[in-house]
Ligand binder design. Structure first.
Ligand code: C2E
Ligand code: CA
Ligand code: CA
Length: 753
């Protein structure tokens, strides 16, 4: 049923008395409604309707005209209100069908229809029917007046006050809703992978925020070398689809181009009569701008919401760009652009599951004497040489071959056996490589695995190829070796070491050393990382990189890890007793330990028994581990954090992929992998991975520490990039507990001076 509405533009002749209303043509309003205040009159006395519209009709309130909706009984009002929206004020007669019909209606409006915004003014003809004070409070009634009290002026004042209060309620409500939407939009966006998806998501979310279907384009400002920037379209929506993936110039669309350029130049949003341009400042990355068609000027409140949204999204876009870069860095070798070891393992896993498995061969290609060449001719020359080798492997072995670079001078080639065989590969090295006009002759050694004969994962295949390569190298240079199952030497070696490790643990040949962590600004120690050491009876040290994997493999890491944990906790307590109170102890935890069902109990017991304060203990988990079994890990980390212990992600930058996941993990700090610190050179600043990690940490509100800092220049650059903490040989090598005590008391102070 259409509500009886007093028309604004008077055209019919049956309501001559209201002809004055056509002084107020309807204007479009901000939220899809017309720019009017809707006032509902509920009264069983028709005269009241006409006197009210006559009294208020030609007046503007808060710069808007009124529009009236009429109901002549409580019953009719109920029906109308079910479908009516945006009523600002109800002028309600108390006595209609029954003496208290009005009060019942109020209850119905507030409690059943849940219309909380609308302001209600009660009117009654009889002074004796005043509602109880409780009803006025409980049902949020703005005013109560007898009809005789309501002179034209009084009525005007009462209704104006009610409209003002309605307007305020709506504003608060709108901004609350908008902020909720922004929070929702931001979380939604974080789940999208890749810049392009994120950009498309941003357009949709802006549309949602403004309550319309998005029509627009989002561009990124590219700065190619020649200095003049370009606008690349990253995502489009609605009628802008034809602009997808192009470089936007004046030619495509002068209007849009000009508006985008203006927003970029002014570094802020623009609000036109029928468009908005939103500016997203890129901190670590590039600037983004979005152009959207809108049917009307965006209201003040929506503008403010968009500003909040933009700053949120700017951070989001930044993070997505950083993560995309890092993802790229985690799976591709930056020098040759080839897949790296991590990516190769994925490719191998696929190949082992695929139909071509039986025909496929994996070959490692190790360049002989490359280190000497590198030293003799310089690193830059060495890099060019590696790129040339990569190119030759890629172009000359034929199509459908995967070439990866898995180590400094080790490549891997995967493909059908007709192409990937010693004759073909070694044949490529018969010709020299010409770099900068210099001719260099290289030779290579191969370790090969036929995937058809291989049992196990991609990582295992790579290990087998490595065993074959070692064998090839130990026998003759420039040779090759195919892995065969009888080559169990390596495996036997592993078993031997496992027994030795068990014995060593039993005989106290293992001990923990501590490597200080330093505040880069004050150069003072802030903590230490506990690292395990194994010295055999003949005095030799065996690297944890060798024995930890064996401890993990054999399960010994459970006992070993617990022992390290307790030892490090005790050392922390000792240090505190010696006066070093603001000192953090970082403890490495391996995946196998973490997965153990009693890990949490073990941790709590170690804390309890030693009395180590949990807020000074940090567990380091590796990034690759952080990426496995997300839900389990998220739950585990939640429980661990409850003990008060904090969590760092070790070797960060080497193998993660998802931003949303990273955000869901309750971690406190990122530890930049040593490889990326080593990479830092004065020249490569702008785009280093270390810099991206630092920026990402800042954006996500995580602390960052750099490990493996070996020289002063790296320390300086890290500090200038905003990295607060570092660890490395520059400051101190890992040392025994006794040495650490001495160092903290003496040398550390000198370092700081
Ligand atoms: P990590 O956790 O990444 O430890 C840092 C490694 O970098 C240590 O090697 C440390 O001695 C070395 N390092 C520190 N500063 C520098 C530097 O400036 N330059 C260079 N080149 N190296 C530096 P380390 O002690 O040989 O440990 C190797 C790995 O063994 C550790 O890597 C960690 O993953 C594992 N590990 C060591 N102790 C434990 C332990 O108690 N539990 C577990 N689960 N793993 C451990
Ligand atoms: Ca570590
Ligand atoms: Ca590390």
């Amino acid at each position: 049923m259409a509500p009886p509405v007093t028309p604004l533009e008077q055209s019919t002749d049956d309501q001559d008395d209201l002809v004055f209303l056509d002084e107020h043509p309807a204007a479009p309003g901000p939220a899809g409604t017309r720019n009017v205040w809707r006032v509902m009159i509920i009264d069983d006395d028709e005269d009241v309707h006409s006197t009210t519209t006559f009294a208020l009709g030609n007046l503007d309130m808060q710069h808007r005209p009124l529009e009236f909706v009429h109901a002549y009984s409580a019953g009719q009002a109920r029906e109308l209100l079910k479908h009516e929206s945006e009523i600002a004020v109800i002028l309600l007669d108390v006595v209609m069908e029954q003496d208290d019909a009005g009060l019942h209606l109020v209850r119905y409006i507030r409690e059943t229809l849940k219309l909380h915004d609308v302001r209600i003014i009660l009117r009654t003809g009889q002074p004796g029917y005043a509602p109880e004070i409780d009803a006025i409070r409980d049902f949020d009634i703005n005013d109560y007046k007898t009809k005789s009290e309501l002179t034209r002026i009084k009525l005007f004042t009462t209704v104006t006050a009610a409209i003002r209060s309605y307007e305020q309620i709506r504003k608060i409500e709108d901004s609350r809703r908008g902020l909720n939407q922004i929070v929702h939009a931001s979380t939604q966006l974080m789940t999208l992978h890749g810049v392009q998806n994120f950009a498309a998501g941003v357009l949709t979310q802006i549309g949602d925020l403004l309550g319309l279907d998005a029509n627009g384009a989002l561009c990124v400002q590219e700065c190619p070398d020649d200095g003049c920037h370009e606008l690349m379209v990253m995502a489009t929506a609605g009628t802008f689809r034809h602009l997808d993936n192009i470089t936007l110039t004046v030619r495509e669309d002068p209007r849009i181009h000009a508006a985008l350029e203006q927003a970029l130049a002014q570094r802020n949003n623009l609000y036109g009569p029928d468009y908005v341009v939103l500016y997203f400042a890129g901190k670590a990355s590039r600037d983004f701008v979005a152009f959207l068609d809108v049917p009307r000027t965006v209201s003040d409140i929506d503008q403010r919401l968009l500003e909040v949204f933009c700053s949120n999204v700017a951070v989001g876009l930044d993070n997505v760009e950083l993560v995309t870069h890092l993802h790229n860095a985690a799976f591709y070798d930056q020098l040759s652009k080839l897949p790296n070891r991590t990516r190769l393992i994925e490719i191998l896993d696929d190949a082992l599951d695929g139909p071509a498995r039986d025909e496929a061969t994996l070959s490692l290609v190790d360049l002989d004497h490359f280190a000497e060449t590198n030293d003799a001719l310089g690193h830059q020359f060495g890099d060019l040489l590696l790129v040339a080798v990569a190119a030759r492997l890629q172009t000359e072995l034929g199509e459908h071959i995967t070439v990866a670079r898995i180590g400094g001078d080790i490549f891997a080639v995967l493909g059908g056996s007709e192409q990937v065989n010693p004759g073909n590969i070694l044949g490529l090295f018969q010709r020299g490589f010409s770099i900068d006009g210099q001719e260099v002759q290289l030779s290579a050694t191969l370790g090969l695995v036929r995937l058809g004969e291989h049992e196990g994962s991609g990582a295992d295949a790579l290990k087998d190829a490595d065993i074959a390569l070692k064998r090839a190298k130990s026998q003759q240079r420039a040779g090759h070796f195919y892995f065969s199952r009888s080559m169990g030497v390596e495996i036997r070696e592993r078993v031997r070491m496992m027994h030795a490790l068990r014995t060593a643990f039993g005989q106290n040949q293992l001990f923990v050393v501590y490597q200080p962590q330093i505040d880069l600004v004050t150069r003072r120690p802030v903590g230490a990382e506990a690292l395990l050491r194994w010295q055999t009876p003949d005095g030799k040290f065996i690297s944890p990189d060798r024995f930890i994997p064996i401890a993990e493999y054999s399960g010994l890491i459970i006992d070993l890890g617990e022992w390290v944990m307790r030892t490090a906790c005790r050392e922390l307590v000792d240090l505190r007793a010696a006066g070093h109170h603001n000192f953090m102890m970082s403890i490495n935890v391996s995946q196998v330990q973490f997965r153990h069902p009693l890990f949490l109990e073990m941790l709590k017991r170690a804390l309890d028994d030693t009395g180590a304060p949990p807020e000074h203990i940090e567990l380091e988990i590796t990034e690759s581990m952080a990426m496995e079994e997300p839900d389990l890990l998220i739950k585990m980390l939640g429980q661990i954090k409850q003990t008060g212990v904090s969590i760092a992600i070790d070797d960060f930058g080497t193998g993660f992929s998802s931003l949303s996941y990273l955000q869901r993990l309750q971690i406190d700090r990122l530890k930049i992998d040593r490889a990326f610190v080593t990479e830092i050179t004065g020249s490569a600043r702008g785009s280093s991975i270390a810099e991206m990690v630092i920026q990402l940490g800042r954006n996500l509100g995580l602390a960052v520490i750099a490990e493996g800092v070996e020289d002063e220049r790296q320390a300086q650059i890290l500090q200038s990039l905003g990295c607060p903490l570092a660890q490395g040989f520059l400051f101190a090598r890992p040392m025994t507990a006794t040495a650490l005590n001495g160092w903290l008391s003496n040398d550390a102070l000198e370092g700081a001076a």
